[in-house]
Design a protein around this ligand. Sequence first.
Ligand code: 5GP
Ligand code: MN
Length: 338
Amino acid sequence: MMITLKEAATRILAANKILITAHVQPDGDAIGSSLGLAEYLKKKGKQVTVIVPNYFPDFLHWMEGADRIIQFDRHRAQAKTYISCADLIVCLDINEPARLEELAVPIVASNARKMMIDHHLQPKRFCNLTISYPDASSTCELVFRVIHGIGGFGQLTKAGAEDLYAGMCTDTGKFSYNANDPDIYIILSELLRKGIDKDRINRLIYNNYTEARFRLLGYILSEKLQVFPVLHASMFTLTRDELSRFTYLKGDTEGVVNMPLEIRGMKLSMYLREDTEKPRILFSLRSVDDFPANRMAAEFFGGGGHLNAAGGNLQCTMDEAVEIAHKALEAYRPLLVK
Ligand code: 5GP
Ligand code: MN
């Protein structure tokens, strides 16, 4: 059932043991929206637990409560206990159970009521209650609206405001895409009134490179980036060997796929990475204007996402993945060349 943001708030507040979860390889929006909502609900006297499928990057660990997030891949038994006790499961920043990977199994099997709050296109029906606003900048924006809509913003802590700011900032590339809605800046203004130090948060998120990560960036840009000028597209790949040469930690290449779009005229950037855990290739796509990165990801890379930020994964070798990427570029040539 599709419900409004206001109804969502009422339903959440009717529950007591609330489990919050978000997508695999959690990003700033996934962690920010989870911890932001948790902050508010704890103030309302709820028992709240946040469980994510796997590791989230170091540059998100500064958030209050981040150290209490349960990683399913490391603490399965403990996570399952919390799932079985919950009376409400709130799924944030995901539109389908596949985005939970192995965590989807106990979540889908659970008898608890489930609510999705998300901004991806084409939500699948796996929750009793669905709140889906694909035009929203981020799930953090939606969590703000849920809390604000019932007059609860006064009870959101400064830490909660920091969490929501972090997700809005990262999902819009520091408000440089998907950020034309004037409301966003009213929300930002409200968050700043909580006394958050936005400049410090930006430093914690963005000026947090290890030297190895910084050098990996140099290697990608000078050695690995292939540019196809006629197609206004680019691609780079990284194998496990290359990643380990730069002592890769998960999250180290976060955001790098955006960089080739800084080349004049670029419409599409593709990043292919060998997964360090499973035998598969992860695809990351970024585009500008109306180029449908999500359609390309769904058609060729077994994934989906937003118009301008999408991804997928395929169980194949890197050589095969590159071949598929070239096929995708050819298929979209008419849209890319113009
Ligand atoms: P990223 O490139 O940051 O990994 O992912 C960008 C966006 O693409 C995500 O926010 C998500 O919407 C989408 N995405 C990434 N990987 C997958 C995937 O395997 N399946 C689907 N459906 N979407 C994905
Ligand atoms: Mn998001």
